[in-house]
Design a protein around this ligand. Structure first.
Ligand SMILES: Cc1cc2nc3c(=O)[nH]c(=O)nc-3n(C[C@H](O)[C@H](O)[C@H](O)COP(=O)(O)O)c2cc1C
Length: 184
């Protein structure tokens, strides 16, 4: 069995997708993974609107994306719009962590996709106003991100590289590091 860290390192934002469909069963597994993310007060503020490839809404969802994303995402299997509820179910109090909670749900989605051999990528490049208007999304919901999941083109994953800051750059025992405040 793969260790968690191997799965985390294997996850990649693949932008060369095959154009194959994703089944309803695979979609269900991705949504189930999102469902089990932790959230502040267990409020589960994520709401997900999706379009599967070759369905009526697919083209509309592609049009929500900025130019640079549209072409490669068109080879994906499913596109998600992630909504974040701005108020808690509990007494309609203002939520402070709804974006954070949605981030966790999206990470669950990405890791689950990786385990299935799929790739998921977050998409900040979309036209929020157009999405909101077109799908009549009320102002009580933010739209932090869209996501795509699809099948990577064969033989691609092994070739992809990605870099990360070192542990020394991002962590410190008990103190704020001045170097973090340097303007690069
Ligand atoms: C909130 C968010 C928004 C992103 N938006 C886009 C996007 O619009 N288009 C894109 O190609 N990648 C997008 N990405 C993917 C990042 O570029 C990618 O995660 C980063 O370069 C690290 O690469 P890796 O995911 O392969 O490790 C986004 C990622 C996040 C977390």
């Amino acid at each position: 069995m793969k260790s968690f860290i191997d799965l985390a390192k294997q996850r990649r934002s693949v932008r060369l997708l095959s154009g194959e469909q994703i089944t309803k069963e695979e979609l269900e597994v991705l949504l189930e993974a999102m469902r089990w993310a932790p959230s502040s007060f267990n409020d589960q503020p994520w709401r997900i609107i999706y379009a599967l490839r070759d369905t009526e809404k697919w083209k509309t969802f592609l049009e929500f994306l900025k130019e640079g994303n549209r072409k490669w995402v068109s080879k994906g299997g499913v596109i998600f719009i992630v909504l974040a509820k701005k108020f808690l179910d509990y007494k309609h109090k203002v939520a402070r962590h709804h974006w954070f909670d949605c981030g966790g749900a999206c990470q669950n989605l990405s890791l689950q996709a990786t385990e299935l051999g799929l790739s998921a990528c977050a998409l900040g490049g979309f036209n929020e106003d157009v999405v909101r208007k077109s799908l009549s999304i009320p102002s009580d919901f933010d739209i932090p991100v869209m996501m795509v999941a699809g099948w990577p083109r064969q033989g691609l994953l092994e070739k992809l590289t990605s870099s990360r800051k070192s542990i020394a750059e991002i962590s410190s025992e008990g103190t704020f590091l001045d170097k973090w405040n340097k303007k690069l």
